[in-house]
Each structure stands twice: as structure tokens, then as C-alpha cells.
Design a protein around this ligand. Structure first.
Ligand SMILES: [Zn+2]
Length: 309
């Protein structure tokens, strides 16, 4: 395999040693050339190598083969005698974080893919495309996934509550109104929780919200505005209330009996009967009223007349 074709895809300190092309996979062997490393506990740099170890990472596939990187890494001795960490492993965080079995670029692709598909379906498809990963691992990756959000850039948010079970479970959703994208979901609608979450929005200027009490007392010198959706909802709620207050609950259809003999009273503006369907409707209304007068419940009447309550 001509490694030179893909050598730019790897950091320079990974020196190519050899490659093996097998039936269903390609293995590239590397030697890490990093000469020193900082102790993860005390931060002191060390160049004292104690031993070596190998890490195998799955990477993005090459054409029709699964790709594995086998990298020889070092174990360093911490030179700080007061440090509790005597030996520590060489890291290659540019390629993969410690403990990971896949490269960062493969993980990034997998998460994007798994977010759009069922875990088991995604696992089967990926296997056909030379990426080996179980459905359970994909599921765990998506559950641990957090979008990379630059909270400092967010200046205007929309905040609202929602419920997953009425009177039991409520949450809060925060939307970046600069991008109209969801930023985060909080597991309650408490003001305290919202305050805590908003601390990281250091450049936040405007909060768009409804008129509920949850977010009225959010800390911080923000401008609170009502959004169009809530204004329209408030307006329509008010209109319905006002119409209910001003209009009678029922209108009497005068002379509707004339509907049944097909000779509507021309003096009555309240009723126009011009079809069999309308006649049937009046018949049902009449039956419903009769049953109601006889003391039957709405449920019973609805069942008898095969209609919704
Ligand atoms: Zn140390």
C-alpha cells in the first residue's frame, strides 16, 4: 500500500512502519516519535521512558476494508518525586482520547450517523460498509454525545417550558434565536435551574419568553420580550374568552321543523335546508335532545347515535 497517499491524514509524530493488507482489513503500523510528555497529575514534563505498549484503533475504512491503526506508544516515568503518579502513558489526543478504541474522526462520523438511525439498523449498515461497531456502543455514544456549542456567541434566546407528563414532569428548552437551533434542554422548569444554566451564556442580552412565572425572575440584566407565537396565543385566548362572555352559548334555530317537510320558512334567516344530509343532521339533533330530556348521559347518547361526544 502506498502510505504516502494518506500520510497527511495522520500527525507527523506517528512514523509509518509497515502496512498489512488482509482479506477484509488493512492494518497500518506506526511508531510514535514523541520524545517527552507532561505528567497528567503534576504537569511536569518527562523524557524518561520505562517501557512501550501498543494501542489499536479503528479508523475510517479505506474503500472496501476496515482500517486499523496499530501504534507503539511509550510509558513515561514522572520525574517529580513528590508526585503520586509514578508511571504514565503517552497520549495521542489529536488522534484518539485515552481509552478510546476508535479515532476521533471515526467517532464523529458514527455519532452523526447514529443520531439519524436506529442503533441496531445503523450497526448493520456500518458493518456492510466496513465499520465494526455494535448497536449498544452506538446507543451509548449518542446518549453521551453533547453538541459543541459556543455559548459566548449567543446573545438572544427563546426559553419555554414543556411537559412530558402533565402535572408531573416538566422541562425547559432553550433556543438560540440567532440560529433558531435548540441549545439545551433542562430537566425541570425551576427558575433556579434556568439561572444556573444561563450562567455560561456570558454575552446574553435578550430573553424571549411567555408570560408564565417560571422565567420572570431569571437573574441577570436581560431584556425580556414576548415572542410572536405567545402573543398570538394570548390574543386568541383572549378572543375566545371574550366571545364566550359576550355571545350566548346557544342559538335557537327557529322553525327548523319545516326542514323535515322540505318547505323552509322563507321568513326565517336562521335556517337553510337544501339537502338530505342536512335533514339527517336535524334528525340526529332531535334524537339527541330527546334522549337528553329523558336523562341519559352524554356518553350514552353519543354511543346510541354513534357519534363523538
Ligand atoms: Zn507527576
Amino acid at each position: 500500500m502506498k502510505y504516502s497517499l494518506i500520510e497527511d491524514m495522520f500527525p507527523q509524530y506517528l512514523a509509518f512502519k509497515s502496512s498489512e493488507i488482509l482479506k477484509d482489513q488493512i492494518v497500518i503500523n506506526f511508531d510514535s516519535q514523541q520524545k517527552h510528555m507532561k505528567c497528567p497529575r503534576c504537569g511536569r514534563e518527562s523524557n524518561q521512558i520505562t517501557t512501550y505498549f501498543n494501542r489499536t484503533l479503528q479508523d475510517l475504512p479505506i474503500i472496501d476494508r476496515t482500517l486499523f491503526l496499530k501504534i507503539r506508544l511509550k510509558k513515561f516515568r514522572c520525574l517529580n518525586h513528590d508526585c503520586e503518579q509514578k508511571i504514565f502513558n503517552e497520549t495521542i489526543n489529536e488522534v484518539a482520547f485515552s481509552g478510546e478504541r476508535r479515532t476521533k474522526r471515526l467517532n464523529d462520523m458514527l455519532v452523526k450517523f447514529a443520531l439519524l438511525h436506529t442503533a441496531e439498523g445503523a450497526s448493520r449498515f456500518l458493518k456492510q460498509n466496513h465499520i465494526l461497531i455494535s448497536g449498544d456502543t452506538l446507543l451509548r455514544m449518542t446518549m453521551n454525545w453533547e453538541p459543541e456549542i459556543d455559548y459566548i456567541k449567543i446573545e438572544v434566546i427563546g426559553i419555554d417550558d414543556f411537559c412530558t407528563k402533565k402535572k408531573h414532569y416538566y422541562g425547559t428548552i432553550i433556543i438560540d434565536l440567532g440560529t433558531n437551533k435548540e441549545v439545551e434542554i433542562l430537566n425541570s422548569r425551576d427558575t433556579q435551574n434556568a439561572n444556573k444554566a444561563l450562567m455560561k451564556y456570558t454575552n446574553l442580552k435578550i430573553i424571549s419568553r411567555d408570560r408564565g412565572v417560571q422565567y420572570q425572575s431569571i437573574n441577570g440584566n436581560y431584556t425580556h420580550v414576548a415572542d410572536r407565537s405567545h402573543l398570538l396565543t394570548n390574543l386568541s385566548d383572549w378572543l375566545i374568552r371574550e366571545m364566550k362572555r359576550q355571545l350566548p352559548s346557544q342559538y335557537i334555530l327557529r322553525n327548523y321543523e319545516s326542514a323535515f317537510n322540505g318547505s323552509p320558512d322563507k321568513n326565517s334567516p336562521d335556517i337553510i335546508v337544501n339537502s338530505d344530509a342536512t335533514k339527517r343532521k336535524f334528525e340526529i339533533i332531535e334524537k339527541a335532545r330527546l334522549l337528553s330530556r329523558q336523562g341519559y348521559s352524554q356518553r350514552h347518547i353519543a354511543e346510541v347515535l354513534s357519534m363523538d361526544r
